[in-house]
Structures are given as C-alpha cells and as structure tokens.
Write a protein that binds this ligand. Structure first.
Ligand SMILES: Nc1ncnc2c1ncn2[C@@H]1O[C@H](COP(=O)(O)OP(=O)(O)OP(=O)(O)O)[C@@H](O)[C@H]1O
Ligand SMILES: [Mg+2]
Length: 338
C-alpha cells in the first residue's frame, strides 16, 4: 500500500517482549498514522503497550529486548526497520524527537543544560558556534524559560520538575523536528505545572505545524490536545477516530468505561469509578476479544477474534461485535457500572 509522503505510519505492527527467556507478543498488529499538523492521542490503561509502541517509532525498545515480529513503520514510505543505523541516528532527535515522562532520567545529570541542547543541535544541524549559542538561548526562551542565558551553565538537578520538562521540550525542538513523540509528558508534574506544559506543547505544535503522538492514560488531556485518538487495550487498538467522533460517540465498551473514569464527568468530591479487573499481561491474552473478561456485554461471540473494523462509521472504528449503533451517548451511571 502506498501512502502520501511526509507521514509517519505504523502499519500492522506487532511487537514482542522478553518474558522468562521467551519473546511474547505485547502489541498485536496495530496501525497508526501521524499526519502533519495533527496530534494523535494514544490512550489506554497501564500495561496496554502504549510506551513500547511509542518507542518503536524510533526503534528504541530494541535495546530492552522489545522486538518487531510483524508489520512495519514507514517514514515517507521508507521502512525504519531497513534503515541503516547512521540514517536512523539522523532521524532520532532530528526529524522525529521524543519527550519522555521522567525528565530527570532523560537529562544527563553531569552535563550542563546548555551543553546538552548544544549537542543535539551539533548532531543534526550545520551551524557555527555563535549561531548555535543563539539558538540554544532562543529555544529556552521559546519554552518559556526566564533568563535563558544564566541557565546555560546550570545542571539539571538545580531545576524544578516543570523547568526540567521545559528543557527536555527545548531539546526535542532543537533540530526542528517534524514529529514529536510525547510519552506521558506531564504525569510526573504537579497539576498546575501540568497545565502550563500542556499549553506550551500545544502552542509549539501549532506554531511549527508539528505532528505529535501524545501517549497518555488521561482522556482529559486527549480532549485538550488531540485531533485524532487511538484507544489501546492489551496490545490492540480497540477504537480509533477523530477526537470529535470518540467524544461524541464513544463506542467500544472499554472506551466508554475509560471515559466514565474522568474526574470531570463525575460529581465533585465523589469517588471515581474504576474499571473492575486488570489488563491481561502479554502471554495471558484471551483468544477472542481482549476486553471480554471485564466487559458487561461479553458473550459467546466474543470468544472469536474481533477485527478493528468490526464496527465502522466514516473512519471511526471499533473492535466490538456488540455495538449498538443506535445507543445514545452513555450516561455517567452507565459507564460507572462497566
Ligand atoms: N523491556 C521489556 N521487557 C519485558 N516486558 C516489557 C518490556 N517493556 C514492556 N514490557 C511489558 O509490555 C507491556 C506493555 O508495556 P508498556 O510500557 O508499553 O505499557 P504502557 O501502556 O506504556 O503502560 P504505562 O501506562 O504504565 O506506561 C507491559 O505488560 C510491560 O510489562
Ligand atoms: Mg508507558
């Protein structure tokens, strides 16, 4: 299949992880597309395979034994898996860059802020020393750091969590990337700082027409930032569509359940509903629908494998054989019982 150039496609990708000496499937034929200027929210509970998918987009998981068993990832129709290592190095942090959850592990504590951003620029752009210095200061200003010049010689441990995350975003922007992979970019931060980092990411994404993958377990964040959404459950995409489609008509029982857990749809102060049961881990997936054992609609039909387009409507897809298309948007109490 050919695609329009300048897109990053994950195509029927399967990944395995090492468990007790065996490679076990942890991502099952998932497809995602990052389009210019659009934010794709990849959402799902802990352990669903979001991070290993995100890392695969830079082939980073291989270092921890996360291997591709099927499918492909295409950047402008070129497979990342057949790309020579030297080209891959140019892509990483160059055309495609990443913002991690935990800024302290992504920043190197023994190098100054200035030298770490300088290194990214030197690796990817041809610039003279003075211009590099100006660019570093500009990048720090772009991410809202006051007094950028005095930061150059500081070390990461002298900064607050929010400032470190801003530095990490400056590093991710350093080589003018087209794609940003952001894995839970605000989870480690206080709520008020989270909001400012989200606003920063959104304004940079819009100004530079970036394409972004936003990995999160937080549907509220998806509503604020994403244009498109893929809901992941136990290694599979179970629902995908535009943010409007997913919020106007959440269709898969898992999506509905996740949406019902948002603080903003529940009474202030009330205990938040939780989805009973746990995500099955790799190696323990049921043969049919992966969500069946937690799903109130599950019956015999769900023991057969279900394809993502079991239900579809104008690009909105859901991996469920029990979708009642006529069902109204679920109420909070419906969701809370799932
Ligand atoms: N290097 C690894 N070796 C073995 N198992 C792994 C490895 N990396 C991930 N896994 C397993 O693969 C599954 C998916 O992990 P992943 O980190 O992608 O989940 P996630 O959706 O990002 O979860 P979270 O929201 O907690 O970050 C989990 O069961 C995890 O334990
Ligand atoms: Mg993760």
């Amino acid at each position: 299949m050919r695609h329009t150039p300048a897109m990053l496609h994950v195509q029927d990708l399967s990944l395995t992880v090492p468990i007790k000496g065996k490679q076990v499937m942890a991502v099952d034929r998932i497809s995602l597309t990052l389009e210019p200027g659009r934010v794709l929210g990849l959402v799902g509970e802990s352990g669903c395979g979001k991070s290993i998918t995100a890392q695969a987009m830079l082939r980073l998981g291989e270092y921890q034994g996360v291997l591709r068993s099927d499918g492909d990832i295409l950047l402008d129709d070129q497979s990342l898996f057949s790309m020579p290592e030297n080209e891959l190095r140019k892509v990483r942090g160059g055309r495609v860059s990443m913002v991690f959850q935990e800024p302290m592990t992504a920043l190197n504590p023994v190098f100054s802020i200035g030298s770490q951003i300088t290194e990214v620029i030197n690796l990817h752009l041809k610039m003279n020393k003075d211009d590099v210095q100006k660019r570093v200061i500009q990048l720090l200003q772009d991410v809202g750091m006051q007094d950028a010049e005095s930061l150059l010689d500081q070390y990461p441990d002298t900064l607050s969590g929010g400032m470190r995350q801003r530095v990490l975003i400056a590093m991710a922007m350093a080589a003018n990337p087209e794609y940003i992979i952001a894995d839970e970019p605000t989870t480690a931060l206080d709520v008020s700082v989270q909001k400012r980092i989200i606003q920063l990411l959104r304004s940079l994404q819009q100004q530079k027409n970036l394409s972004m993958l936003l990995v999160t377990h937080d549907f509220g964040l998806v509503a604020e930032l994403a244009d498109d959404v893929a809901v992941m459950y136990a290694g599979q995409v179970v629902e995908s569509g535009t943010v409007e489609q997913i919020f106007d008509q959440p269709t898969h029982p898992y999506t509905r359940a996740l949406m019902g857990c948002r603080p903003e749809v529940n009474k202030p102060g009330a205990a938040l509903p939780v989805i009973t049961g746990q995500v099955p881990s790799p190696g323990n997936w049921p043969t049919g629908c992966h969500f069946a054992e937690r799903c109130p609609l599950a019956d015999m039909m769900c023991q057969e494998s279900v394809s993502l387009n079991a239900w579809s409507d104008e690009g909105h897809q859901a991996r469920c054989v029990h979708v009642d298309v006529a069902s109204p948007k679920p109420s909070v109490s419906d969701e809370a019982t799932v």
